[in-house]
Design a protein around this ligand. Structure first.
Ligand code: NAD
Ligand code: IPM
Ligand code: MN
Length: 339
C-alpha cells in the first residue's frame, strides 16, 4: 500500500504528523511519500499543483491531506488551485463526512440526544465548478456570476452512494437537503433522482428538507438524521454545523472518494489550516486520526479502522474536559491505544 501525504499549511503538518503516528501503530506496512504542496511552495516557486506531481499522486492507493489555506496568500488561490483541483482531477465525487456524538464529548446543545449521521456531500459539481465570471470589474456596475452545475450523471452517482450507505445502516433513513423551492432547476433534478432511486431501495425511508430548515434541525433535533445527501455547497455548510453539535471541528473527519476506484481517494479533516492557532501545538489531531480510520476502511482494512475508531472512542470517553492537551499528547495516546 502506498500513501501520498500532503501536510499542507497551518496546522495541517501538525495534525498529519499525529495521524501518521496512529497509522504507523496499526499498519506499519503502509509506505508514505510526502508532497510539499501549499503556501510555502507557492511563495517559493509560484506552483500550486504541477501536472507531474498530480500524475505521481495518481500512482498511490490513497492520499492523506492536512489542510490548505494561508493568510499570506490571496483567498482562493490555494483552495481552488490545490485542494479543489485535487478533488476535481481525481474525480472525488463523494465527500463523506460522518458526524457522531461520542460518549464523553460535550455538545454545546443542552440535550443533544444520540447523534450519528453520515453526510454524503457531492464533491465535483455545484457552485464549486468555477462556472462564472466578472464583468466591469472594479466599477459600480460590476457583475459577478457563479453558476451551479448539476448533471444527471453526477447527481445520480452521489445519490446512489447515499442509498447504498443508508441501506447498510440500522435506521435505513436518507434525507435529501436542498433548496428546491428556489433553486427549482437543480432542485428538481435532485428530487427526481432521489425519487427514482428510492424504487431500487424500498427498505430505505426518505425525507426531504430545505437547507434553511435543515440548519435549524441540526441544532434542535440532530438525532433525526441518518444518511444525508446534498450538493457541494450545502454540504460544506451543514457539515460544519454537524461538527459543532458533535463536539467541534477538531473531531470532524472526511473522505473524498472516487467510488469507482479509478483514482486514489483522499482523506482529510473537515477543518482548515486554522491560522489563529497554527504553530502553537494545540490543534486537536483527532479529526485527522478519524480520517485515517476512514482511509483504512476504504483500503479494505476494516479491522484496523475499528482499532483506530475504538482508540478515539476510548480516549474521548476518558478525556478530562478541563485539561488542554497538546497535539502530540493526543497523538501519542491514540497511537498507544490503537497499536
Ligand atoms: P478553520 O477550520 O481553519 O478554523 C475555524 C476555527 O476552528 C478556528 O478558530 C480554528 O482555530 C478552529 N480549529 C480548526 N481546526 C481545529 C483543530 N484541529 N483543533 C482546534 N481548533 C481547530 O476555518 P477558517 O478559519 O474558516 O479557514 C482558515 C483557512 O483554511 C482558510 O484559508 C480556508 O480557506 C482554509 N480551509 C481549508 C480547508 C481544507 O483544507 N480542507 C477546510 C476549511 C478551510
Ligand atoms: C472544506 C473546505 C473547502 C470546501 C474549501 C477550503 C475549498 O471548506 O473542505 O470543507 O469548501 O470544500
Ligand atoms: Mn468547509
Amino acid at each position: 500500500m502506498r500513501l501520498a501525504v500532503v501536510p499542507g499549511d497551518g496546522i495541517g503538518p501538525e495534525v498529519v504528523a499525529e495521524g501518521l503516528k496512529v497509522l504507523g501503530a496499526v499498519a506499519p506496512d503502509i509506505e508514505s511519500t510526502f508532497y510539499d504542496l501549499g503556501a510555502a511552495r507557492w511563495h517559493r516557486t509560484g506552483e500550486l499543483l504541477p501536472d507531474a506531481v498530480l500524475e505521481e499522486l495518481r500512482q498511490h492507493d490513497a492520499i492523506l491531506l492536512g489542510a490548505v489555506g494561508d493568510p499570506g496568500v490571496p483567498s482562493g488561490i490555494l483552495e481552488r488551485g490545490l485542494l479543489l483541483k485535487l478533488r476535481f482531477e481525481l474525480d472525488h465525487h463523494v465527500n463523506l463526512r460522518p458526524a457522531r456524538l461520542f460518549d464523553g464529548v460535550r455538545s454545546p446543545l443542552a440535550e443533544p440526544g444520540e447523534i450519528d449521521m453520515l453526510c454524503v456531500r457531492e464533491g465535483t459539481e455545484g457552485p464549486y465548478v468555477g462556472n462564472g465570471g466578472v464583468l466591469r470589474r472594479d466599477t459600480p456596475h460590476e457583475v459577478a456570476t457563479e453558476v451551479s452545475l448539476n448533471t444527471a450523471f453526477g447527481v445520480e452517482r452521489v445519490v446512489r452512494y447515499g442509498f447504498e450507505r443508508a441501506v447498510a445502516r440500522p435506521r435505513k433513513h436518507l434525507t435529501l437537503i436542498h433548496k428546491t423551492n428556489v433553486l427549482t432547476h437543480a432542485g428538481s433534478l435532485w428530487s427526481r433522482t432521489v425519487e427514482e432511486l428510492s424504487a431500487e431501495f424500498p427498505e430505505v425511508t426518505v425525507a426531504y428538507q430545505h437547507v434553511d430548515a435543515a440548519a435549524m434541525f441540526f441544532i434542535t433535533d440532530p438525532g433525526r438524521y441518518d444518511v444525508i445527501v446534498t450538493d457541494n455547497l450545502f454540504g460544506d455548510i451543514v457539515t460544519d454545523v454537524a461538527a459543532a453539535v458533535t463536539g467541534g471541528i477538531g473531531l470532524a473527519a472526511s473522505g473524498n472518494l472516487d467510488v469507482s476506484g479509478t483514482n486514489p481517494s483522499m482523506f482529510e479533516p473537515v477543518h482548515g489550516s486554522a491560522p489563529d492557532i497554527a504553530g502553537q501545538g494545540i490543534a486537536d489531531p483527532t479529526a485527522t486520526v478519524l480520517s485515517v480510520g476512514l482511509l483504512l476502511e476504504h483500503l479494505g482494512r476494516p479491522e484496523l479502522a475499528k482499532k483506530v475508531n475504538a482508540a478515539v472512542a476510548f480516549d474521548l470517553s476518558t478525556r478530562d474536559p478541563k485539561a488542554t492537551l497538546r497535539t502530540t499528547e493526543v497523538g501519542d495516546r491514540l497511537a498507544a491505544l490503537s497499536g
